[in-house]
Design a protein around this ligand. Sequence first.
Ligand SMILES: Nc1ncnc2c1ncn2[C@@H]1O[C@H](COP(=O)(O)OP(=O)(O)OP(=O)(O)O)[C@@H](O)[C@H]1O
Length: 240
Amino acid sequence: MAAIIQAQELRKTYKIGKVDVPALRGVSFDVEEGEFVSVVGPSGSGKSTLFYILGGLTKADGGRVLIGGTDFAQLSDAERTNLRKTKIGFVFQKFNLLPTLTARDNINIARDIAGRKATAEDEALSARINALLGIDKRLDHRPSELSGGEQQRVALARALVNRPAIVLADEPTGNLDSKNSDIVLNMLRQSNREFGQTVLMITHNPEAASFGDRIIHMRDGEIVAPEKDPQWVPSTPNKQ
Ligand SMILES: Nc1ncnc2c1ncn2[C@@H]1O[C@H](COP(=O)(O)OP(=O)(O)OP(=O)(O)O)[C@@H](O)[C@H]1O
């Protein structure tokens, strides 16, 4: 198997006035094609910074990100944007749906932005994902008419609509109750197991993390052994 995500010596320091706030202090790991990897760690350990850098949404101060062997730094802004739109599906903790669009349009806009026309196969897959997520009856509603859990399920349908090779999720269950968390996590697992998508999920929650094949622990901007993660409570692996 080939590495589809390669993080090499990633470094990032935020500057607040004259104060340096180091967020990543040299983070390296590979994610193989078809893996489901969870990233856990205490608040402030650098997880979200890592997520934004891996997704090409923020630039690192040092190190490299390779997606499918392509170094982000070697791409123009337009090429990087195109790679992001076509290869990566994003799920954020706060859903990030457009308030004026219906659920259906929020999902389909990801396809429009990627410049794709829906094939019959796309439509069938989209309908299946919407049914699995239980949003098929809610597609004509705007986000304000949906519960938080429904909004996140729409956001996940949007992330999957282009059949991206990679799904990046930042605390996708952080604002959800356990029922909605289960739906979202099971869909991520299904997208990994059945659709072959590589999933990298950031989470605080050990139970959610156990949906991954492998767990990366972060602390103070570095990858550490699990026992160095003060909040880590191993739970029973949650695999099928
Ligand atoms: N835009 C920013 N400006 C300044 N400092 C930042 C910024 N974003 C993050 N930081 C700091 O960088 C460090 C890592 O933050 P980051 O959000 O990546 O951690 P995290 O593990 O995702 O935390 P949480 O679980 O609370 O979201 C923290 O010390 C944080 O305060």
